[in-house]
Design a protein. Structure first.
Length: 135
């Protein structure tokens, strides 16, 4: 399953489009995040702004998980939400047991986001990671 998305402003998107048009498009990067024993590895990442990042999410556990990426307001809504599955958005991925899913995101704004599994008790067990976008 593949998903692609952007997080950020239209001005940054326009700058990237102009850069791509003149042949200076940033190279895509791939980052693999493995889930094993209900933990994300790595649990801290730094990515560049304006570069497409393909996240390859590998669930090695015999149970389902999710990978939800956002700010604190986003996570507050998901902690109390009733979403059984997350499909269609590149920052919200459901990971069936023993499966791999990839999603591609281009970050247009610097800052810090968290990736969390909000299935019951998973966050309190430690299924949390931090992603920093460099400016």
């Amino acid at each position: 399953m593949r998903r692609t998305g952007r997080i950020g402003s239209t001005a940054a998107a326009l700058l990237l489009a102009v850069t791509a048009a003149v042949g200076c498009a940033p190279s895509a990067q791939t980052i693999t995040i493995t889930i094993h024993y209900s933990a994300f590895e790595p649990s801290q990442l730094t990515v560049p702004r304006g570069v497409p990042i393909m996240f390859v999410l590998v669930n090695q556990d015999p149970i389902d998980h999710e990978w939800l990426l956002g700010d604190e307001t986003f996570h507050d809504a998901h902690r109390t939400g009733t979403h059984e599955r997350h499909d269609g958005l590149p920052t919200e991925v459901s990971l069936p047991a023993l499966e791999t899913v990839d999603t591609t995101i281009t970050f247009d704004e610097p800052g810090t986001l968290a990736y969390v599994c909000h299935l019951p008790q998973h966050e309190s067990y430690g299924m949390v990671g931090e992603l920093s976008v460099e400016g």
